[in-house]
Design a protein around this ligand. Structure first.
Ligand code: MLT
Length: 405
């Protein structure tokens, strides 16, 4: 008899953003006239920048002419895009070989796919609160997960050894095999500085663990002290894989393009992980479309860089509007500076889902309940700065009004 992957039975009933979308849909069915402002899932609102649109158009035209038409592309991505990614890292004195860069259809997919190259027996360490994809993809594979204790007292930036209470002494002593770090962080918006990340790199090298570093929000980091890549940290080439995406950087949430960096120096079990990942990709992936890769290439041109910066600055200003409102209300928060996410304490001691319902019903604003990101998220709430300025300002006015009642 056919057997399903019974690990799926261990998953929560639904993916967090699916659940919030359903609650919103139910509410809208009952209140079709209510103008609800969405600040829940981190989906962007600024359109693709003109440099990207021009590149997409040009590439589409090429695909309609026999002489310039392209069929299957290289699984690892076209050189024209990988060279741009390599040069982008070189600006921060991170030297990469082209063969270490793999173009993907976004960080989320690779975040799940990369697990193909690791045994099911590995122990996984994720922060709590956490982007649910890190947990769910490992639950699907049947891996055991332990948690870092991210909380208000460590500014939601736990270091090595800060395990959640309840972690067995044996697991704590042995340490994890796979470590997930997202910085600037989703969902909290907190960002590790160089010294803090160095501690993680040293710990991973000492334990022989591998860090899966999610750099999807790197373009929001400000100043020299917040690394945009883990490879800015000495020692990272022997213990880290980096996943990055153009979704938040350049509005590619619907266009889909990102990249994964697997250094040749990363060797475990006498095997280069780069070779395993290449083997996996050439078997299971046919690459990102030529048209989209041309659009992505344009993101890295001087013109594209200038245009996407305008959008990032726009979102940062939205974050400022949210932070100002929380300050006016005397609500504790973190994030917002190096990140499009603002993570705050639910007012009046409400739990996260109660505040979700309160905010939706009383103010017509949708956010994401912290509890959906893990137990440590209970009592916290996440808003994104990806809305329009007008909606962000309106939402904050509504928040102030309902909390003043
Ligand atoms: C989020 O809201 O956490 C993100 O949009 C999720 C994602 O990037 O997949």
């Amino acid at each position: 008899m056919l057997k399903i992957n019974s690990n799926y039975k261990q998953l929560k009933d639904s993916y967090l953003f699916y659940e919030t979308a359903h609650r919103l849909a139910d509410y809208q069915k009952e209140h079709p006239d209510k103008n609800v402002i969405k600040m829940g899932i981190g989906d962007v609102t600024r359109p693709l920048c003109p440099a990207v649109v021009d590149a997409l158009k040009k590439a589409s035209e090429e695909m309609g002419v026999a002489e310039t038409f392209r069929g299957y592309g290289p699984e690892q991505g076209y050189d024209f895009l990988r060279e741009k990614v390599r040069d982008y890292y070189a600006e921060r004195e991170v030297e990469l070989e082209l063969s270490e860069i793999f173009i993907s259809d976004g960080a989320k997919s690779d975040c799940g796919n990369i697990l193909d190259i690791f045994s099911k027996d590995n122990l996984v360490l994720v922060p709590d609160p956490v982007y649910p994809v890190y947990v769910d993809t490992n639950v699907m594979a049947g891996r055991r997960i332990i948690y870092m204790d991210a909380n208000e007292s460590n500014d939601f930036l736990p270091g090595p050894g800060e395990f959640e209470p309840g972690t067995s002494a044996e697991d704590a002593a042995e340490g994890p095999d796979l470590i997930y770090i997202c910085s600037p962080n989703n969902p909290t918006g907190a960002a590790y500085d160089r010294e803090q990340l160095k501690e993680w790199v040293d710990y991973a090298n000492e334990k022989g663990a591998v860090i899966l570093f999610d750099a999807a929000y790197e373009s929001f980091a400000e100043g020299d002290d917040i690394p945009r890549s883990i490879f800015e940290i000495p020692g990272a080439r022997t213990c880290a894989i980096e996943l990055c995406s153009l979704s938040k950087t350049a509005g590619f949430t619907g266009t889909r393009c990102g990249y994964t960096v697997v250094p040749h120096d990363l060797v475990r079990d006498d095997t280069e992980l780069n070779a395993l990942w290449l083997r996996r990709q050439t078997t299971k992936f046919n690459g990102v479309s030529y048209v989209v890769q041309r659009g992505a290439e344009a993101v890295f041109t001087p013109e594209g860089r200038m245009q996407i910066k305008e959008n990032i600055d726009y979102y940062k200003e939205n974050a400022r509007v949210i932070m100002d409102a929380l300050e006016d209300l005397g609500i504790w928060y973190t994030g917002g500076v190096h990140s499009p996410y603002i993570w705050f304490k639910c007012p009046e001691g409400m739990d996260s889902w109660t505040f979700f319902d309160f905010l939706l019903k009383e103010a017509g604003v949708v956010g994401t309940p912290g509890q959906g990101f893990g137990n440590n998220g209970e009592g916290f709430f996440r808003l994104t700065a990806f809305s329009t300025r007008e909606n962000t300002e309106e939402a904050m006015e509504r928040l102030k009004k309902v909390l003043a009642k």
